[in-house]
Design a protein around this ligand. Structure first.
Ligand code: PMP
Length: 351
């Protein structure tokens, strides 16, 4: 260990991102990206922004993008915060609203970045066990000492929580911030964004990485009451006062505004999901009812790790978790119909 490392460096366990294999012609179903390209309007906007103005700093407050998001989601501009991917928004949110010495709560099976942030900021946390059927035990999230965070739908389980249940969590934590990570909300969940008008303790986090096909551009945002957003801006400006780079600002705005393309691609994904779930169940897979752009599934007989390896050899990448309780499950992103047909062929004949 280097003698130059600080206490933080020594104690920090970094997040391990999903594999980004450098394999040609692979079918990539392992990190929940969108199989469809970004809107043509996004690509045109990006090309249009590659010009001499790149010598200039971007708008630090991202006014135009904030306005576009506020309009699209029917909230005030002062209720919108933007960051480099929702990972950054989450990192700032943990720092802004969770305090050391007050235990925060998140599910035991959930997005694996949460314990990483908590450890980085030296926060106490409890991983609340999900119910037997992988649903969220709502009451276990009441009266949190330090606050609550969970994805809706949850990842990797793909199960969504209804707004009534979310309201109960909000009502039972009146003095603590409840963060709802809506990375996958557009694929069938009920968004809590409208609740931000009524609950001052609610922060909703979304991303352009999934339903808008822009994981490569790194744009995420949060909705909350004005004071929460002001808090996030304080934290952000203490790290880097520029919200996004010039290209991301322009591309994100075009993505938000192209509602027709967004609707078309997400409907395709939902249709494919519906079909594939039926086919997988016929092949002896247990598949949880998904409200996301991925499936959480296990085979009745064959070991998950073995299926993962077999598919990998055939150039099909899915996600395997070496974690107790879910080590017999695979998480499989919904790809195009052709990609899913290839997957089904392999599963029908190769395992
Ligand atoms: N939240 C959840 C639940 C996720 O699965 C992901 C993607 N890995 C993120 C947040 C982060 O997404 P991004 O930083 O690309 O916006």
């Amino acid at each position: 260990m280097s003698k130059f490392w600080s206490e933080v460096t020594r104690l920090t366990e970094p997040y391990v991102p999903g594999e980004q294999p450098k394999v040609k012609n692979m079918i990539k179903l392992n990190t929940n990206e969108n199989p469809y390209p970004p809107s043509p309007k996004v690509l045109a906007a990006l090309k249009g922004a590659v010009d001499g103005n790149l010598r200039l700093y971007p708008d630090p407050t991202a006014d135009e993008l904030c306005e576009a998001i506020a309009k699209a989601y029917d909230v005030a501009k002062s209720q919108v915060f933007i960051g480099n991917g929702s990972d950054e928004v989450l990192a700032f949110s943990f720092l802004a609203f969770f305090n050391q010495g007050e235990q925060i709560l998140f599910p035991d099976i959930t997005y694996s970045f949460y314990p990483v942030y908590a450890n980085l900021y030296r926060l106490d946390y409890k991983e609340v066990p999900l119910n037997e059927d992988f649903t969220i035990p709502v009451e276990q999230f009441f009266h949190a000492e330090g606050g609550v965070i969970f994805p809706n739908p949850n990842a990797p389980t793909s199960i969504g929580l209804g707004l009534e249940q979310i309201e109960k969590i909000l009502q039972n934590n009146p003095d603590k911030v409840v963060m709802v990570d809506e990375a996958y909300i557009d694929f069938g969940g009920e968004s809590a964004v409208p609740l931000t008008r009524r609950y001052e303790n609610l922060l909703v986090i979304q991303t352009l990485s999934k339903s808008r096909s822009l994981a490569g551009l790194r744009v995420g945002f949060a909705f909350g009451n004005e004071q929460l957003i002001e808090g996030l801006n304080r934290i952000k400006n203490s790290f880097n006062s520029y919200t996004l780079d010039r290209l991301a600002l322009v591309g994100a705005k075009a993505a938000i505004e192209d509602t027709a393309y967004f609707e078309e691609t997400r409907s395709k994904i939902i249709e494919t999901r519906h079909r594939v779930i039926g086919e997988l169940r016929q092949l002896n897979f247990t598949v949880l009812d998904s409200q996301a752009n991925f499936l959480f599934m296990k085979h009745g007989r064959v070991d998950a790790k073995q299926i993962f390896e077999t598919l990998k050899e055939k150039g099909i990448y899915v996600r395997y978790f070496n974690k107790s309780r879910i080590d017999q499950f695979l998480r499989v992103t919904i790809g195009t119909d052709e990609e899913m047909n290839r997957l089904m062929e392999e599963l029908a004949t190769g395992i």
